[in-house]
Structure formats: C-alpha cells, structure tokens
Design a protein around this ligand. Structure first.
Ligand SMILES: NC(=O)c1ccc[n+]([C@@H]2O[C@H](COP(=O)([O-])OP(=O)(O)OC[C@H]3O[C@@H](n4cnc5c(N)ncnc54)[C@H](OP(=O)(O)O)[C@@H]3O)[C@@H](O)[C@H]2O)c1
Length: 331
C-alpha cells in the first residue's frame, strides 16, 4: 500500500488555505497538523480545514512526531529560519517561493537539507502544472525548433498597504520576489542559467521595487524579456519563440492555463490540458512522489535551479539598488 504522507502547514495566512484546498486532491496525503505563531489562528485554521493537530508555535509543529512533511507558507524573510527549524527536526520541507530572500540564505538551507539527507523542494507551483509540463514536452520534442526568445510579464495592482508583505521592505516586499520570480524561474526552466543579467526598477515610497523590467541573456544569444510589478496590472502572458515556431502561454500564464503553438505555414494548435483540483495539488503530488522514492530533491525543481534563480534575483536587485534591511544588518 502507498505510504500516507502526513502534512503540516507552517504559517496560516492566505496561501496556506489555498494549499490546504489543493491537498484534498492529492491521493495518499493527509493534512494532519498546522502551526501558527499563537493559538488563535491555529485553532481557527484547524477548525476550518479539519486539521486535528493544532500547534501554537512553529517549533511545536516542527517537533510533532506525527508529521512527515511541512509546507512553509510564511513571508519570504522567514523561509530560511522556518526551513532550518523543520529540517533540524527531521521533516521533509516544501517551501514557498521565493525560496529565500537571497542566494546566501538559499545555499544555507540547501546545505542543511543535504546534511540531514532530507527532501527539500521550492513550491514553485507553476512548474508542476500540466500546461507547463506540456511546454517542456513540446520544446523537448522540437515543436518550435530551437527556443531563442522568451517573453513573460506578471504584474498586478495591489492596494496601498505599506505594512503588508508586498510593499514592506522588512518583509522583503516588492514585485521581483513576489511575482518576478515566476518569470525568472520560467526563463531558467527554458534556457538554463543566464550569462548576463540586466534590470531596472522603480523603487517606490517604501523603497521596494514597484515595477521592473529585466533582460536575461543566455548561451548562444538566447534572450528573456521580463517585467513584473505590484502597482500596475499587465496581461500576464508568456511566449517562447523558436527557430520553427512559437508557443503562446495564455493569460494568466503562471496559473493553470492553455497554450497555442503557431508554426508558420502550418497554422495553430491549441492545448488545454485538463486540470484536477486548484492546481496546488500538482506540486504536492510531485513532492509525495519524491518522498516515497527516497529522493532529496525533485528533478522538476532541482536544488541547483532554485539556487540559480536566487542568484539571478540577487543580480537583478543589485542593479535595482535594492537591499533589504535584514541584508544591510547582516553585511
Ligand atoms: N504559490 C503561490 O501562488 C503563492 C501565492 C501567494 C503567496 N505565496 C508565497 O507564500 C508566502 C506567504 O504569502 P501569503 O500571501 O500567504 O502571506 P500572508 O497571507 O501574509 O500569510 C503569511 C503568514 O505567515 C505568518 N507570519 C510569520 N511571521 C510573519 C510576519 N512577520 N508578518 C506576517 N506574517 C507572518 C503568519 O501566519 P501565523 O500568524 O499563522 O504564524 C501569516 O499569516 C510568501 O512567501 C509568498 O511569496 C505563494
């Protein structure tokens, strides 16, 4: 019989509930525990999602012997310490994007997973969605020839809340780490590690990037043209142009979506892969597969790629002139 995976969720905000809903569609997985900074949200979340083990601290969740895997759903600057806490208690970890605030933190967390020989995966949920699996298959099958140029945008207009995690520098706010990371991750997925990274951003009233434009150059002159933001709304589309044709990933490209493959002279082909659940089940499904197979990393979102994405984000932020308070303190 398949090993049941007993999940815990750490940090009970917005995305925690979305993930709890996704888990309902993952055979062999049960949400058994949740952990909050205090008792109230643990009780409320536990009652809403029928979670039996409700912890009033992250440490208590990490130490729970009835939990196999922990999904970390706290703001970016907490990812490092929350991951380390769970790994030190022998738990497999699925950590929200961005994997950390910067590459140095990411490397520290990866080293801990390596040391403890535990599964650790970045919850870059888009990568696991059927339409992006289809994109990888189409490219690998030569459907558009050699991919040469990728374009992706992801910006939305958030309300003005300087204390919230989107605009607050103390919570590593800004568009790049919140949504730009999706574009950068897609570019890494298609082209690998960039050789040159260029970017410019508008740093708003709170000092974080409200919008940014980025250009990544890869081997053999392949290019990614990306934009992101949290105070303007863009179409949220992506396309990948190759020597023989192109793939359009329809809006919103980073959620469950559909594709159009256009080959000059041969017309268009539409792909609309079927979706089960809310989409967050696919990352959990892959995580479960890896855990049962005794893997420490997923071949779909490998450690080296999570680290390389953080390095690209660091390089972009250096060009934006954006260092977070916790980084300035650490320097
Ligand atoms: N994959 C996706 O589609 C997706 C979508 C949205 C967000 N995310 C990622 O998920 C993470 C959380 O985002 P969210 O939108 O769920 O955030 P949120 O609604 O603000 O929730 C974050 C939770 O983290 C905990 N927390 C611990 N320290 C905190 C602090 N100093 N300030 C605020 N909260 C703190 C709180 O839970 P307790 O009070 O229970 O401890 C809080 O409810 C972010 O890294 C974000 O990038 C991913």
């Amino acid at each position: 019989m398949e090993q049941q995976i007993r999940w815990g969720i750490l940090g009970l905000g917005r995305i925690a509930g979305v993930f709890a809903e996704g888990l309902k569609h993952v055979p062999g997985s049960t949400l058994v525990a949740c952990g909050s900074r205090g008792p109230q949200k643990a009780e409320e979340f536990g009652a809403k999602w029928s979670v039996p083990r409700r912890h009033a601290s992250y440490a208590a969740l990490a130490a729970d012997p009835e939990v196999d895997a922990i999904y970390i759903a706290t703001p970016h600057p907490l990812h490092r310490e929350n991951c380390l806490l769970c790994l030190e208690h022998g738990k497999a970890v699925l950590c929200e994007k961005p994997f950390a605030v910067n590459a140095a933190e990411a490397a520290e967390v990866l080293a801990a997973a390596r040391r403890h020989n535990l599964l650790l995966m970045e919850a870059m949920w888009s990568r696991f969605l059927p339409h992006l699996v289809q994109v990888r298959d189409l490219i690998a099958g030569g459907a558009i020839g050699e991919p040469r140029l990728l374009q992706a945008d992801f910006a939305f207009r958030a309300g003005w809340n300087p204390d919230g995690r989107l605009l607050n520098p103390q919570l590593a706010g800004g568009g790049l780490l919140d949504v730009g990371v999706y574009n950068v991750n897609l570019a890494h997925m298609v082209f690998g590690v960039p050789q040159r990274v260029m970017g410019t951003a508008h740093l708003g009233e709170t000092g974080v990037d409200e919008q940014a434009g980025m250009l990544l150059q890869f081997a053999a002159g392949r290019l990614a043209v990306l934009s992101c933001g949290v105070r303007t709304s863009t179409p949220q589309e992506a396309f990948i142009a190759g020597t023989e044709g192109r793939i359009r990933i329809h809006t919103p490209w980073w959620r469950p979506s559909r594709l159009t493959v256009s080959i000059p002279g041969k017309g268009d082909t539409e792909y609309a892969p079927a979706i089960v659940g809310n989409g967050y089940n696919y990352e959990a499904l892959e995580f479960g597969r890896c855990l049962r197979a005794g893997l420490t990393e997923s071949p779909v979102m490998p450690w080296a790629e999570s680290l390389a994405v953080m390095q690209t984000l660091d390089a972009l932020r250096a060009q934006f002139g954006l260092a977070y308070p916790m980084e300035r303190r650490a320097a």
